[in-house]
Design a protein around this ligand. Sequence first.
Ligand code: CAA
Length: 283
Amino acid sequence: MKVEKVMVIGAGQMGGGIAQVFATAGYPVYLHDLKEEYIKKGTAVIQKNLARQVEKERMSQEQASGIMARIHPSTDLQNAKVVDLVVEAAIENMDIKSKLFAELDEIAPKHAILASNTSALPITEIAANTKRPEQVIGMHFMNPVPVMKLVEVIRGLATSDEVYETIETLSKDLDKVPVEVNDSPGFVSNRILMPMINEAIFTLYEGVASKEDIDSVMKLGMNHPMGPLTLADFIGLDTCLYIMEALHEGFGDDKYRPCPLLRKYVKAGWLGKKSGRGFYCYE
Ligand code: CAA
């Protein structure tokens, strides 16, 4: 199956990055969100990213303008009528995703693939809201999307081989490296990454070391580009908590219990970089 037109749902950090990557690879993209102001915010970030590329002489101004011209703002889900692929990157809430996928199933053409960028929700359950579960798949990009090479391609219970292969080929066309993963709590990325971050938070909570020193151990000792607490702030502490809860519930194993300090920070509204304060303070 050939994908020519795409809709990305959610103009936030992930959705904006996904739209940028599709438009850079030459695909016309609807960038859909509930309000125009969200889309404006998302496209401003894309514009800034592209301006940096132009400044560094990695792309011409014409190329950057061409990429922006391929991104079409949308606040009407009916635009999904003309696309071959929808990549949903909305809020991580099963009720919202269920409703969205049921609506998309009614609107999108029969052949269209419905993908979710969820970081932890079961693809099989999302697919069950549609009459085309064989055409529902996980397409999990990493943050920052324009920089990170990986796409976890997650097969739901009913995902067809043809749909898997289409998304695998498409991911390569986006200059990404696809990895095949079966539907399981946290997939591969967050099953491994989040318990490490949670353990770093326990280490801080128990007073074993300062936040800076915990981060230094992992940066200088393990060559991680960011320490785990800096990374948690970057991902968003609400997202980290939500993923730990999905692992805890999905496996029913207390080894995945979220650290109380993580819960406390989220309750305080200290969500990391996006809220100006998490383990660290941001301007
Ligand atoms: N958007 C677009 N580009 C960005 C960016 C952003 N938010 N942040 C950095 N970049 C670009 C910079 O422009 C720079 O590009 P050039 O080399 O072309 O100039 C490049 O990335 C490197 O940036 P910096 O030199 O400023 O900083 P750095 O070398 O420290 O790299 C980083 C920044 C790429 C974010 C690096 O710190 C890193 O890899 N961190 C770990 C990121 C990570 O683990 N991501 C996965 C999170 S988990 C996830 O996403 C899944 C989930 O479900 C939770």
